[in-house]
Design a protein around this ligand. Structure first.
Ligand code: EPU
Length: 419
């Protein structure tokens, strides 16, 4: 079993380059099946397990997938042979549900097994289904798979009941070639939603308003392949910013869009860290004791739920009491049990974690209970006294490219071992 072994105590110093955004890439790759002619060459793709899973799913559908290098993929979806995506890879990950939207848009038909993903709460897809049905598709769920079918798709006005990244992207993809205009309201505004819209527009789609509350999509006849580069990962950047503050280090995080990181920067400044923005970099340093703060997660531009768990590690060693209210997922405090094993003082009441800062954490064997929980445990290991062993790290590999190499380059004592 692979584990991460960390000997804590080293302040992180130096510079780290952020990879392409996982949650943009995992939607852009399924959307590549929309191209009925010409290849898509997609750059700045993170080298993570979720992407490898999508490469296999694309190949299984009949796409030619050519890895130009670790971060660039060439996808030829011209000769797709099946609209059936029912494999272990599809079941394993969340983003496989974007194949429902993309296959529906291009072939008016798809059968895709229900998606998996991190165990962070109930993860319904009712808003995706509501959108597909409004566009004219018949949707059935049988034997653990979603089947969609339509004679033709037509534009519609859809008001989402909850702000959902997945539903916004999936229905936007499905509507690209629907007859007429589709209006999506109460949509997610995350940077990766905008990135997917930009990718679709580069393929020839006509999408306006991504990044605002209303997205308008004028259906086009067909989409073609294109060259595209994925935006930098807001969450990976936030994780390194928090790790820099937690270890009282001095880290410059490069290849970022500082605007996407404003809510994280603001919280770190409130904690007492120094955050300096460059054009495409952010430097985080610490020159005084850090203090507890309250955090409430919210859809973009609010504080991202995906950075909440790493933040809880930082707040476990800041002075005083902090509250973290998780408003997106009902079960995203499970990692606090692992932090408690390391000496953190945390009480969870419903969606709120009440954290009383302690002087220090101590290393021990802990689990990565999900992807971002894994990042939280890595940061805990970096600041703890003694050795921390993190197990179940396949969760971390799903979303963080080469995490141990990046932290080691910043001076951390971290290695991967088969134990
Ligand atoms: N929701 C519904 N019905 C739906 C869809 C969502 O009620 O049809 C609810 C969810 O239960 C949740 C809220 O709406 O309470 C938001 O869910 P959303 O659809 O936005 O989440 P998602 O698309 O499943 C993506 C990211 C998550 C991230 C959330 C929120 C991907 C592959 N996943 O999930 O990322 O936490 O948006 O920003 O893009 C991660 O990267 O670690 C991760 C979990």
């Amino acid at each position: 079993m692979e584990t991460l072994i960390i000997n804590g105590g080293n302040a992180l110093r130096g510079s780290v380059e952020i990879n392409g955004a996982k949650n943009a890439a995992v939607a852009i790759l399924p959307a590549a099946v929309l191209a009925s002619n010409q290849k898509c060459i997609i750059d700045n793709i993170p080298d993570i397990e979720d992407v490898h899973c999508l490469e296999r799913i694309l190949a299984g559908l009949g796409c030619t997938v050519n890895k130009i290098n670790n971060n660039t993929l060439e996808i030829d979806a011209t000769d797709i042979t099946t609209v059936n995506a029912c494999t272990e890879d599809v079941r394993r990950m969340r983003a496989s549900y974007y194949f429902i939207g993309s296959l529906l848009a291009r072939f008016k038909k798809a059968r895709v097994e229900l998606p998996g993903g991190c165990p962070i709460g109930v993860r319904p897809i009712d808003q995706h289904i509501k959108g597909f049905e409004a566009l004219g598709a018949k949707v059935t769920i049988e034997h653990g798979a979603v089947s969609v079918e339509a004679d033709e798709l037509h534009g519609a006005s859809i008001f989402f009941d909850v702000v959902s990244v997945g539903a916004t992207i999936n229905v936007m993809i499905a509507a690209t070639m629907a007859e007429g205009t589709t209006t999506l309201e109460n949509v997610a505004k995350e940077p990766h939603v905008v990135d997917v819209a930009n990718f679709l527009n580069t393929m020839g789609a006509d999408i306006k308003g991504a990044g605002t509350d209303v997205i308008r999509i004028k259906g086009v006849e067909s989409l073609t392949g294109c060259n595209y580069s994925v935006i930098p990962d807001q969450i990976e950047a936030g994780t390194f910013m928090i790790a820099a503050a937690a270890t009282k280090g001095d880290v410059t995080i490069t290849n970022v869009i500082p605007k996407h990181l404003e809510s994280i920067s603001a919280k770190l400044i409130e904690v007492g860290a120094i955050v300096e923005e460059g054009d495409d970099s952010i430097r985080v340093t610490v020159d005084k004791p850090l203090k507890g703060v309250n955090v409430k997660t919210a859809p973009y531009p609010g504080f991202p739920t995906d950075v909440q768990q790493p933040m809880s590690t930082l707040l476990s060693i800041t002075e005083g009491r902090s509250l973290i209210v998780e408003s997106i997922w009902e079960n995203r405090h499970k990692h606090t049990d692992e932090l408690k094993k390391m000496g953190a003082v945390i009480k969870v009441e419903g969606r709120t974690a009440i954290i009383d800062g302690v002087e220090s954490l101590t290393g021990c064997r802990v689990r990565a209970t999900d992807l971002r929980a894994g990042a939280a445990m890595v940061i805990a290991g970096l600041i703890a006294n003694g050795e921390t062993e993190i197990v179940d790290i396949e969760h971390i590999d799903r979303g963080y490219p080469h995490i141990e190499n990046k932290f080691r380059a910043l001076g951390a004592d971290i290695r991967r071992e088969d134990r």
